[in-house]
Design a protein around this ligand. Structure first.
Ligand SMILES: [Zn+2]
Length: 134
């Protein structure tokens, strides 16, 4: 599928981004199925409630929340890879992901319904506020 969404992985625990760093509108909570590559494991799909700005099509994930949930998730399927490097590469269509929760779906079928992020932004601190880099 074609790339979708701009993405920010927020490393700052004291910044919760209830307002969009790009347009300053309130962000909403929306659940996404994230496609994540974990070193020495491969691709996994992880359901996560994220901050989302509809006008910007911007998806924001708090790194501390994600890592706590990933640890929980991986402890059930692959405890040996907990703590490995990982990369959030994109999203999977929700209806495909939900189907995958009910029945065994091969990963390549999930990938057919996956989209890479269109852009990945870094959040950087500048005096006076938080802005996406670039
Ligand atoms: Zn916005």
């Amino acid at each position: 599928m074609p790339p979708r969404y701009a993405f920010i992985l927020n490393p700052y625990q004291d910044v919760r981004l209830t307002k969009c760093p790009q347009c300053d509108q309130p962000t909403r909570l929306r659940k996404f199925a994230l496609l994540i590559h974990v070193d020495q494991f491969g691709l996994m799909i992880h359901g996560k409630t994220c901050r989302f700005c509809p006008p910007c099509d911007l998806l924001i994930v708090h790194q501390d929340e994600l890592e706590a949930q990933l640890t929980e998730h991986l402890s059930q399927i692959a405890p040996n890879v907990i703590g490995n490097e990982y990369l959030v590469t994109g999203t999977v269509e929700r209806k495909t992901w939900r189907r995958g929760l009910r029945e065994e779906l091969p990963l390549d079928e999930m990938q057919e319904h996956a989209a890479d992020f269109e852009t990945v932004l870094q959040l950087e601190y500048e005096p006076g506020g938080w802005y996406p880099a670039g």
